[in-house]
Each structure stands twice: as structure tokens, then as C-alpha cells.
Design a protein around this ligand. Structure first.
Ligand code: AMP
Length: 444
């Protein structure tokens, strides 16, 4: 099926053409006709599948008819970054429609939002907290709402937004079309879907399976050698743009600094940054100012940087779902990508759980020439296992899928071979290697 088959309004179809989309992705093929028919839809799809356009296009089509200057579509998203991305898609795909869309989220001034709402908009993309503020202060009028979208519902649940969502639902018309998108379907989301969707059409693509375009590999290593191994991997791999995940904000900040010190154009994205600095890090990553972005799961949620060539799990995630979410950032919309995960012997259970979820064994690789035998420099060094930050999502049951001993490195030389176009640090020479580990530097 091709886009013309949808019979989108010509001004919306022009946006599709301008965006360079030639054929719809599977989620778009499944969802667009049902949404255009006015049905409630439950979409099981992760980031990277083209799910945003799957709801944005039918919404733009619908809003081409009817009143302007009223909020007629509301999209609720868990993070500011995701809200911005959705708004960008709306602006890109709706550039010919003269429909107006704004973002509404906290951490930035409320007055510009109030001003834009007064001027009149048809689409609002909002995070739950600030949206409720506007509702409570009477600065948003949702009485004409026709379509509600809850995007990344499972993430909203993870972040504790479900009570806010239920409050928002009390302030919008009962008579409406509701679309719910989620990468996973935990019980609470299933219940929410049951409560708010009427005879929904379920569309599903690659449920919790990462994009097929991604090549996965595990790099077994000791905790204290993770940074030197990452530097070695970066040196020997042809990377365009790398998203690195750490378990904690503190580790994200510190690893970002270490990579910068090693000469890479790197930035870190973590919850402690002001909105301006988060945006600067994201914009810099998107426009290539930064080649490497180090982030925690929450900070990186929804990041859409189409050209991400590599995702590196510096720390393995706590759940198989989180692994799929992280990996969804590369190999987006049919681009290929690589996903490297640094694993220690403590990660064996989670590795088995992830492999079970993926239905395949992940390849173990070693980097040729890297000295894996360098001892830890200090017992309480900075490379010691990180303390876990409080997790909102329950980790998967220990022991699930476990079956073997610690992950053992495969014979060296199978992969991780120096590649012809390895990216060099901006000012080479500063990178520590396993052979010359740098002394620990305390994080500032
Ligand atoms: P999403 O899953 O909505 O975050 O989309 C992932 C990426 O795929 C975004 O960069 C979109 O611009 C891109 N995309 C969405 N639909 C298509 C399509 N039909 N053809 C090519 N790229 C697309």
C-alpha cells in the first residue's frame, strides 16, 4: 500500500511528500485507515516504527475540515523531548495546512504558552503536569476536543503519570476519538485502555522486538575497564552518532566528561540539567555538534535522532523492555544500526532475560588487542559498580531465563576488528586505554 491509497487531504499529502516518505511503515499501514475512519485505536508500537505519523497524519486530515482556533486534538506524552518531537512532526507534515500546534510542558515559562493558547491553536502536545496546571487555572479550553492521543502510555505509567492522566480525562469531552500508543502492555495500561477506549481496533508491530535493522553484540568486560573498552570500541568503529546509556545520572555526567577529556565531541543528558541545557545537548547531538550523547533511560526517552548509528549500553538496563526501548533509537525507519552492550559477570541474569525476550542469543565479542587483564586500580575506585538509582518499574524476576555461568568472552578476533573508517577523537592522544588506565578522577 502506498500513501495515495489513504486519500489524505491534498495539503496533508503534500507534507508527506515534502518529508520524503515514499511508502507507509507497517504501523502506518495498519493504523491510518482505522484512525481516519474515526475508530479508537490501541497501537502496540515502539519508537522508531513511524508511530508518530501514524496518528499525526489522520489528525491533520480530520482537522482540515471544521472550526479553527479551538483545541481539537490533544496529544499527551511523557517527556518534553517527545512532546517537542511530536510537535516537529506535526509542523513538518502539516506545513501546508495552516493548522497550529503548540507544546505545553513544565520547566519553561507558562506565559508564552498562555499567550499562544489565547491566540488560538488546533493541536496541543502536552506533558501531563503542566497540562493539568492549565486546566486548573482555566488557561486552556478543551471543551471542543475531538481527538485524544496518549503516546508512550507505558512510559507515562513508569513515570507515575497515570493519576494525572485520569484527572485530565475528567476535563475533556466523553464524546471523542481516543488513540493509545504503548511499546509494552503492562496490566495498568491494559486497564486504562479498557476504561477509556471504545471498541478499539488493535494494531501491533514488532511487539517488544527491536528493529530488525539493528545488529546486537555483547562485550563482556570488568566493571573498571568499561571506559577504556568504550574508548577502544569508539576508536575502532565507524560511528556517525552514538547514544550511550548509563544506569545513573551521575555516571552519565561523569562519562560525558571522560569522553570529552578523551577528545570526543560529547555531551551528557540527565535529569539535573536545566531545560535550556537539555535542549542544547539534544540540538547539538541532532546537528552533529556532539557526536556522542550520554544519557540515562529517563533523559533519553523518546529521543529521535534518525541518524544514530550506534547505541552503546555502558550499563545494561534493568529490564528487557528497557533494552528494546534503548535499541529502538538506532536502526530507525529502515536505517541500519549497531547496539553494543558492555556486560560484567553480574549481568548474566539480565543478559539471559533479554535473550529470552528477543528469542535469540546475542553475539559475544571481544576487542582484539585490548588488555582485559588490567587489574582494578583501587578498591573504591570510580569504576566500582554504581549504586542503583531508585527504579519506578519493577525489575524482572531474578533467575528468569538464567541458565549459565558468567558471560565469558568469546575467542578474540571474531569481531571488533579495526574498521577502515574508525572515527578519531577531535584531539587524539588523550584517550586512556586499558594498557594505560588513567588514575581515577573524582566527579565534580
Ligand atoms: P517514530 O517512530 O514516529 O518516532 O518515527 C521514527 C522515524 O521514522 C522518524 O524520524 C520519522 O520521520 C521516520 N518516518 C516515519 N514514517 C516514515 C515513512 N513512512 N517513511 C520513512 N520514514 C518515516
Amino acid at each position: 500500500m502506498e500513501f495515495p491509497k489513504f486519500n489524505l487531504h491534498p495539503q496533508v499529502a503534500a507534507g508527506v511528500k515534502a518529508a520524503g516518505y515514499t511508502s507507509p511503515t507497517p504501523i502506518q499501514q495498519q493504523a491510518i485507515p482505522s484512525v481516519m475512519a474515526g475508530c479508537d485505536v490501541m497501537g502496540l508500537a515502539q519508537t522508531g516504527t513511524g508511530k508518530t505519523a501514524a496518528f499525526v497524519l489522520p489528525i491533520l486530515h480530520r482537522l482540515m475540515q471544521g472550526e479553527r482556533g479551538r483545541v481539537r486534538a490533544l496529544i499527551v506524552a511523557p517527556t518534553r523531548e517527545l512532546a517537542e518531537q511530536i510537535n516537529e512532526s506535526i509542523n513538518q507534515l502539516g506545513r501546508q495546512t495552516r493548522l497550529r500546534s503548540i507544546t505545553v510542558y513544565g520547566g519553561v515559562g507558562v506565559n508564552p504558552q498562555i499567550e499562544k493558547l489565547k491566540q488560538g491553536v488546533e493541536i496541543v502536545v502536552a506533558c501531563p503536569g503542566r497540562l493539568l496546571d492549565h486546566i486548573n487555572q482555566g488557561t486552556i479550553n478543551l471543551s471542543k476536543l475531538e481527538v485524544l492521543v496518549l503516546d508512550e502510555a507505558d512510559q507515562m505509567f513508569d513515570m507515575g503519570f497515570l493519576p494525572d492522566i485520569r484527572r485530565i480525562l475528567k476535563h475533556i469531552p466523553q464524546e471523542r476519538q481516543t488513540l493509545l500508543f504503548s511499546a509494552t502492555m503492562p496490566d495498568d495500561i491494559r486497564r486504562l485502555a479498557h476504561d477509556i477506549l471504545t471498541e478499539p481496533v488493535t494494531v501491533q508491530v514488532g511487539n517488544t522486538a527491536p528493529p530488525v535493522t539493528v545488529t546486537h553484540a555483547l562485550y563482556p568486560v570488568s566493571q573498571h575497564l568499561k571506559t577504556p573498552l568504550l574508548l577502544e570500541l569508539l576508536r575502532h568503529t565507524d560511528t556517525e552518532s552514538v547514544l550511550v546509556f548509563t544506569r545513573t545520572k551521575h555516571r552519565a555526567k561523569r562519562l560525558g566528561e571522560q569522553l570529552e577529556k578523551a577528545g570526543y565531541k560529547a555531551a551528557s543528558l540527565q535529569g539535573n540539567l536545566s531545560q535550556n541545557r537539555r535542549q542544547a545537548a539534544l540540538d547539538g547531538f541532532r546537528d552533529g555538534t556532539y557526536q556522542i550523547l550520554v544519557a540515562t533511560d529517563i533523559a533519553a526517552r523518546g529521543i529521535d535522532v534518525s541518524q544514530i548509528s550506534h547505541v552503546v549500553n555502558y550499563d545494561i538496563p534493568d529490564t528487557a523492555e528497557a533494552y528494546v526501548h534503548r535499541i529502538g533509537r538506532t536502526g530507525r525507519a529502515a536505517k541500519s544500526g549497531d547496539a553494543f552492550t558492555l556486560v560484567t559477570s553480574e549481568d548474566t541474569v539480565m543478559v539471559r532475560t533479554i535473550e529470552k525476550k528477543l528469542g535469540a542469543q546475542l553475539e559475544r565479542r571481544t576487542v582484539e588487542g585490548f588488555d582485559y587483564s588490567v587489574p582494578a586500580p583501587h578498591k573504591d575506585s570510580e569504576f566500582a559498580r554504581p549504586p542503583r538509582e531508585p527504579q519506578r518499574r519493577k525489575p524482572q524476576a531474578a533467575g528468569q531465563g538464567a541458565g549459565g555461568g558468567p558471560a565469558t568472552p568469546a575467542k578474540s578476533g571474531a569481531a571488533g576488528r579495526p574498521q577502515p573508517h574508525a572515527v578519531k577523537p577531535a584531539h587524539p592522544g588523550a584517550a586512556p586505554t586499558a594498557r594505560h588506565p588513567q588514575r581515577s578522577t573524582r566527579a565534580r
